[in-house]
Structure formats: C-alpha cells, structure tokens
Design a protein around this ligand. Structure first.
Ligand code: ZN
Length: 134
C-alpha cells in the first residue's frame, strides 16, 4: 500500500454531517458526489493530504444503510492507495485476505475501488483504491 488515502465515516444525514465536519475541520468539503451504483452520496474533506469521506445511504439496500442499521453511525472503512489495484487484489488474495468483489469497481472521487472482507482484517473494513487513469 502506498498510503492511507482516506477514512470513511457512515452518516445518517450528509448535509448535517458536512456542517459538523466543516465546523470541526475549519473547511468545507471539496467535493460532494453521488455514487448511484453503491447507493451512496459522499463528501470529501482534505486534511493535510489524507481525506475524510462521509457516506450517506441513498437507498434502503445500500451497504451504508445496512451498516448504520447494525452498528450505528461512525467509522466505516480505511482506504489505502495502490498503484495497480488488480495486482494488489491478487497479492492480498494469495495472502488469504478475502475480497468482496472479483474486480475493482468505480467509486467516488475518480477512483477504482475494492474492499477486503472485515472478517479477514480484524473487523476493519479495508478499501483499496487507485486513481482512475483517464
Ligand atoms: Zn472510501
């Protein structure tokens, strides 16, 4: 992994959470983005190069809706940047980490993403992300 890219936080109400985090961090989110295929609306704050991603569910079957129902709002995932996500997925799978998808998927903030099953990562949901090449 190249670096901790962002920390994901599940929230019930993105607009309220944006106000709270803007007050806390002293800056506005640099981006608010819908990711319809994941059923989430996200916002991003840049804190010294590491980002805070707030995630609000946009439909009842969204993974974020499930998470909040089971565990409440709060820390949701750690995302690590990688240069070659498919190679990294293969490498981690060979090391017996379980992946939640076979292939990277489009995520927010111009990224391709994949998740590791929290059962294989000490109950911390881990995201791999790679900047989309345009
Ligand atoms: Zn993320």
């Amino acid at each position: 992994m190249e670096k901790l890219e962002h920390i994901g936080i599940a929230v019930k109400n993105l607009d309220k959470a944006n106000q709270l985090f803007a007050k806390l961090l002293g800056k506005e989110p640099y981006k608010i983005e819908d990711v319809p295929q994941e059923g989430v609306r996200t916002s991003f704050f840049d804190v010294g190069g590491i980002k805070i991603e707030l995630l609000e569910a946009t439909r009842a079957d969204s993974p974020i809706a499930n998470f909040i129902e089971k565990r409440g709002e709060g820390l949701h995932h750690l995302a690590f940047a990688t240069e070659r996500i498919e190679d990294k997925m293969k490498e981690l799978s060979d090391k017996e980490f379980r992946l939640l998808s076979d292939k990277p998927k489009p995520g927010a903030d111009n990224k391709m993403i994949a998740f590791l099953h929290p059962k294989t990562t000490n109950h911390v949901l881990v995201e791999l992300c790679q900047e989309k090449k345009s």
